[in-house]
Design a protein around this ligand. Structure first.
Ligand code: FAD
Length: 420
């Protein structure tokens, strides 16, 4: 892999890494993109995969395919094991070390169980594609098991507790309850649907603390109308395979606990010798480079990027990751071409979440809000724009339209490689 051209090593093929790689297409550089997976994960739609609305290929896209037309770019599947910023070298578990002239850190965040007893062993996080497939398979397996042995219903086999009243928890709760009430009600007519409980647990006093009160009330009502039991001011103390204990002493019977309650920057950041900010995020300069390492960019969820307008740290969102990645790609290309560098400017696309059919919420930068069908259309538009290719957009539109017309979630099947 030797080259006369400067090497740009991009770690992580998420929104940030892919955004950077694409903007380097015409740069006079050797671009090397490495991810532990051979696919880009579209995290905002993981809950739709977990509830059978979308299939795996709508949420994971081949990284090689995304950059195949870029003559200067290669992709490797490898897990980063160590980064030496002084030596400008990265070690991987599966492939040899790589040196770099520019480094792009786009390794994202990982789940934070905040030390909750039993969570690491028994909870279902929603952060990766395997996480979503595992949750879907588990839900299907529990309904199949209850059909064979209805006494499991009383033990909570069909009950799901979702932790976290932010977008991940709310969207997952809305999707699980729709899967239950629209699809499983028909798939498993012998099982008592009314005894299959979906509970959303939030430690704070309200859901969606980042939204205006009007949106918080709309969300709680929309979920309750769909039979989600919302418990605010409740904290999970411990998790076992079939019980969730709350700090209040209450015990919920549930064979499934979905964790949507917290994130922290990728654990690798702790070994970099950099000063970290809240949530294990790397503080960056206005141009997104790391202090004392102008050749290193930290982007997306792994970085604490301060918005030049509001002076607040930007949230961990797909649009922040994509725009920061694109900015870094453009800047590296400009630097290689000997041009001036510019600070990063974030264009706010609003904060939004989908709760269910014809129920979504949007809050724009200026404070304007939208709910219902109008918000659902805005949500779909923004998320389609984030998808990496037109083919993925077409795929998602077909699946969403199909589900809207028929209420069918065609992905509700289990495929195991060790099955006959
Ligand atoms: C369930 C869920 C729902 C969300 N919904 C929304 C939403 O509706 N709207 C929105 O804007 N944002 C949403 N987000 C947030 C958004 O998805 C993230 O902000 C965004 O994915 C961050 O992009 P990134 O490139 O920084 O990191 P990631 O997308 O996490 O990419 C990091 C990449 O690094 C790779 N990687 C990690 N560790 C290693 C390693 N050691 N070696 C090699 N590769 C590694 C990973 O495989 C991954 O491909 C959601 C997130 C989640 C989890």
């Amino acid at each position: 892999m030797s080259s006369e051209r400067p090497r740009v090593l991009i770690l992580g093929g998420g929104f940030a890494g892919v955004g950077a790689a694409k903007k380097l297409e015409n740069a006079d550089a050797e671009v090397v993109l490495v991810d532990r997976h051979d696919y880009h994960t579209f995290q905002p739609l993981l809950y739709q995969l977990a509830t059978g609305l979308l299939e795996t290929t709508a949420v994971g896209h081949s990284l090689r395919d995304l950059v195949e037309r870029q003559e200067n770019t290669s992709v490797h599947k490898g897990t980063v094991s160590a980064i030496d910023l002084d030596a400008r070298e990265v070690q991987f578990e599966e492939i040899g070390p790589l040196t770099y002239d520019y480094l792009v850190l786009g390794l994202g965040a990982e789940v934070n169980f905040f030390g909750t007893e039993g969570a690491a062993e028994h909870a279902f996080p929603m952060y990766t594609l395997p996480n979503a497939v595992r949750l879907k398979d588990h839900l299907l397996e529990r309904w199949e098991a209850a059909e064979r042995d209805p006494s499991l219903v009383e033990d909570g086999a069909l009950n799901v507790v979702i932790v976290g009243g932010g977008p991940t928890g709310v969207e997952t709760a809305g999707a699980v309850v729709e899967l239950y009430r629209a699809d499983f009600a028909k798939d498993y007519p012998s099982l008592p649907q009314e005894e299959a409980r979906v509970t959303l647990v939030e430690a704070g006093p309200e859901l969606f603390s980042m939204f205006k009160p009007k949106i918080r009330e709309y969300t709680a009502k929309a979920l309750r109308d769909r039979t989600v039991e919302v418990q605010t001011g409740a904290m999970v103390a411990s998790v076992s395979p079939n019980r969730v204990a709350l700090k209040s002493g209450e015990e919920l019977k549930a064979h499934t606990l979905v964790w949507g309650a917290g994130l922290q920057g990728n654990a690798l950041v702790q070994s970099l010798g950099l000063e970290l900010q809240r949530g294990n995020r790397i503080g960056v300069r206005p141009d997104l480079t790391v202090p004392e390492h102008p050749e290193v960019y930290a982007l997306g969820d792994i970085a604490a990027i301060v918005d030049e307008k509001t002076k607040q740290v930007l949230p961990q969102l797909g649009s922040v990751a994509l725009q920061s990645g694109e900015h870094a790609g453009e800047e590296i290309a400009r630097r290689i071409a000997g041009k001036d560098i510019k600070p990063f400017k974030y264009k706010d696309k609003g904060t939004m979440a989908a709760i269910g059919r014809r129920a979504a919420v949007v809050q724009m930068l200026g404070g304007k809000t939208m709910t219902g069908t109008k918000a659902q259309l805005a949500w779909a538009t923004v998320h389609l724009a984030l998808l990496p290719t037109n083919e993925d957009r077409a795929h998602a539109v077909v699946d969403w339209a199909g589900a809207a017309l028929t209420h069918q979630r065609t992905g509700r099947i289990t495929v195991k490689t060790d099955d006959a």
